[in-house]
Design a binder for this molecule. Structure first.
Ligand SMILES: [Zn+2]
Length: 123
């Protein structure tokens, strides 16, 4: 594999701070969602309508926390790449990610071209 030009250290440090802030936000959001989810499942009711609403809300909380956990995983992987000098490098083609891509999604793993391929199921 060809040696790729790594990103400027100061640039990576900036994204790393962004990722750390995002990581803290997600950890807090997941903890909060878990508490809300538990509170919802504690609703003890004999009314079938209330019961249905309760399980719908529970489902919603679990889905929300799944999405948050998935992003947290990506954020943590991006922080690990920042540690080993691979941050901002497309995991598929090894080319540097476009700055506008990193600005929009600092934890992105793929460059715009590869992301489009992946979205179409071609990667
Ligand atoms: Zn790529």
């Amino acid at each position: 594999m060809e040696v790729v030009e790594s990103r400027v250290a100061s640039e990576v440090a900036g994204y790393k701070r962004l990722l750390q802030v995002k990581q803290e936000e997600l950890v807090r959001a997941i903890a909060r969602t878990d508490v809300d989810g538990r509170a919802t499942s504690d609703i003890d009711t004999q009314d079938p309508v209330d019961k249905a609403n309760g399980s719908f809300a529970k489902e919603y909380f679990f889905q929300q926390s799944d999405a948050e956990r998935a992003i947290l995983g990506l954020v943590q992987a991006a922080l690990a790449r920042a540690e080993n000098g691979e941050f901002g490098i497309c995991v598929a083609c090894g080319k540097p990610l476009e700055p506008k891509r990193l600005e929009a999604v600092p934890w992105a793993r793929h460059c715009i071209r590869c992301q489009k391929l992946q979205d179409k199921g071609l990667l």
